[in-house]
Design a protein around this ligand. Structure first.
Ligand SMILES: NC(=O)c1ccc[n+]([C@@H]2O[C@H](COP(=O)([O-])OP(=O)(O)OC[C@H]3O[C@@H](n4cnc5c(N)ncnc54)[C@H](OP(=O)(O)O)[C@@H]3O)[C@@H](O)[C@H]2O)c1
Length: 414
C-alpha cells in the first residue's frame, strides 16, 4: 500500500502519439511529477519518447516493450491512457488484472476523451477502475482551458451571485479533420465528429453551467436532440483524397461517418431551473486551424471566447516559403497571410492545468474534478444524441435503451 500524500507522482504513458506529446510538453509546467515509463508497440517511438522526457528533464523514463511490463513496474504510480479509443478497454482490463494479481504499484489512472465508444464500454471502464481501488481522472482539457477557468470564476463570483445563475452555454469545436486513419473509421473511433469532438463541447458546457464546488450531477439531463450530417468528406473528390491519404479502410464513398453534428441538451438544476446547452462540431471547417468557441449567458451578463481571436498575429507575405506545419496553431491550414498564433497552446487548451490538477489529486488521494463518472455521463449524452439523430426525435432521459446502444456509423458492417 502506498502512503499518501506522495512527494512525487511517477507517471507511465500508454501511447506516444499526437496527444502524448501535448501532455509531455505541458508537464514542464507541473510540479511534483516525473515521467518514469512508457509503453509503445514501436521501438522507435519508445526511444523517441524517452529522449524527449530526458530533454525536458521530466525524470528517468524506461521504455517498456509490453503493456504488462509498464503496468507491473515498481516505479510507476499512475498511468495516463493516451492510446486510440478502440484500445481503451483492453488497456484498462490489463491494468485491472495486474492490480488484482498484486503486481506493480499503480494507484491512479487518467484517461483521454472520450472515455469509451459506448455506454456499456464506459460503464465497464468505471467499474474496472473502482473494483481495482484506483483513483480515476477523466482527461477533458477544455474544462481546464485558461479562459474557461478565469471566465467561469468571474461570471459565478461577480455576476451569477448577484443576478442569478447562467442558463445557456454554447460550445463549438471545429477543424479540417483528424490526422490518423482510425479517427475516420466509425467502428474504431466510436462514431464520427460527434463522438470525437462533441465530447469536449457537452462537458465544457456542463462545467460552465455547474455552480462552483457543486457536483456535476447537480444538473440533470432532461432531454437531448441531435442532428448529424455529411457536409464535405463524402463529396467524391474529398472521399478520394481521404483514401489516398489514409488507405482503403477509410472509404467515405461507401462507409462515411458524420463530419458535422449539432446538439441541444435540456437540463435542470436542483431548484428546477431550466438550462440549455447548444453545441456544434465539425471536421469541415477550413479556417486558420482548430477553432473553439464558447459562450455562457445569464440574466445580466455574457461570456464569450474564440480560440482563433488571439492577441498574437503574424503576417507572412507570399514571398515567405516554407513547409507545412502546426507550429502556429493546432490543425493549421496555411503558412501565409495573417495568421493567429497561440503562444502557449498547452496552457490555453488546458493541458497544463489539467495535468497539474490530476497530479495533485492523485498524489494526495483526492477525487479529481473530472472522473470516469463524468466520462460515462458524457458518453450517455453522446449516445443520446446519436439515437436522437437516428430516430429524428428528441430523446428523453433517463433512456435505458442507451445501455447497449451503438451509433449507426459504428455498427460493424454498417
Ligand atoms: N484532448 C484532446 O483534445 C485530444 C486531442 C487528440 C486526441 N485525443 C485523444 O487521445 C487519444 C489518442 O489520440 P492521438 O491523437 O494521440 O492518436 P495517435 O496520434 O493515433 O496516437 C495513438 C498512440 O497510441 C498507440 N497505440 C496504438 N494502438 C495501441 C494499442 N493497441 N495499445 C497501446 N497503444 C497503442 C500508438 O503508439 P505506437 O504505435 O507507438 O504503439 C500511438 O502512439 C484518443 O483517445 C483521442 O481521442 C484527445
Amino acid at each position: 500500500m502506498t502512503t499518501l500524500p506522495k512527494q512525487t507522482l511517477r507517471v507511465g504513458f500508454v501511447g506516444t502519439g499526437f496527444i502524448a506529446h501535448f501532455h509531455l510538453k505541458s508537464l514542464i509546467g507541473v510540479r511534483n511529477v516525473e515521467v518514469t515509463g512508457v509503453y509503445s508497440r514501436n521501438p522507435e517511438n519508445r526511444a523517441r519518447f524517452v529522449s524527449e522526457v530526458e530533454a525536458l528533464d521530466l525524470g528517468e523514463c524506461r521504455a517498456h516493450e509490453s503493456l504488462e511490463s509498464l503496468l507491473s513496474a515498481g516505479d510507476v504510480d499512475a498511468v495516463w491512457i493516451l492510446s486510440p479509443n478502440y484500445t481503451r478497454l483492453d488497456v484498462m482490463r490489463t491494468l485491472h488484472r495486474e492490480i488484482k494479481a498484486g503486481r506493480g504499484k499503480i494507484f491512479a489512472v487518467a484517461c483521454e476523451k472520450p472515455l469509451a465508444r459506448t455506454v456499456a464500454e464506459a460503464r465497464e471502464m468505471l467499474h474496472l477502475a473502482e473494483d481495482a481501488g484506483l483513483n480515476h481522472g477523466y482527461l477533458e482539457n477544455q474544462v481546464f482551458c485558461t479562459p474557461v477557468l478565469r471566465g467561469k470564476e468571474i461570471i459565478w463570483r461577480r455576476a451569477a451571485s448577484t443576478t442569478g445563475r447562467p442558463y445557456l452555454a454554447r460550445a463549438a469545436e471545429e477543424h479540417a479533420g483528424p490526422h490518423e486513419p482510425w479517427f475516420w473509421q466509425g467502428d474504431k473511433q466510436g462514431g464520427g465528429v460527434l463522438s470525437d469532438m462533441m465530447c469536449h463541447s457537452v462537458e465544457v458546457a456542463r462545467h460552465l453551467l455547474t455552480a462552483p464546488g457543486a457536483p456535476r450531477n447537480s444538473l440533470k439531463v432532461k432531454s437531448v436532440n441531435g442532428t448529424v450530417a455529411n457536409l464535405k468528406w463524402t463529396r467524391a473528390g474529398y472521399a478520394d483524397e481521404l483514401r489516398r491519404r489514409f488507405g482503403e479502410d477509410v472509404d467515405y464513398r461507401r462507409r462515411p461517418s458524420e463530419d458535422f453534428a449539432r446538439a441541444t441538451a435540456a437540463l435542470e438544476d436542483e431548484e428546477g431551473n431550466e438550462l440549455m446547452i447548444e453545441a456544434t462540431t465539425s471536421w469541415a471547417y477550413v479556417g486558420a486551424g482548430l477553432r473553439i468557441q464558447l459562450e455562457l449567458l445569464g440574466p445580466e451578463y455574457a461570456l464569450e471566447y474564440n480560440s482563433l481571436g488571439t492577441g498574437l498575429k503574424i503576417f507572412l507575405s507570399r514571398a515567405v516559403q516554407g513547409t507545412e506545419g502546426e507550429d502556429l496553431v493546432e490543425k493549421q491550414n496555411a503558412e501565409q497571410g495573417l495568421m493567429p498564433v497561440l503562444e502557449d497552446e498547452a496552457g490555453v487548451y488546458g493541458y497544463t492545468d489539467e495535468n497539474r490538477h490530476m497530479v495533485e489529486c492523485f498524489r494526495k488521494g483526492i477525487k479529481p474534478l473530472e472522473t470516469f463518472e463524468d466520462g460515462l455521463a458524457v458518453v450517455e449524452i453522446l449516445m443520446g444524441l446519436y439515437r436522437s439523430a437516428e430516430i429524428g426525435a428528441t430523446l428523453h432521459f433517463p433512456a435505458p435503451e442507451l445501455e447497449d446502444y451503438v451509433p449507426v456509423v459504428a455498427r460493424t458492417g454498417a
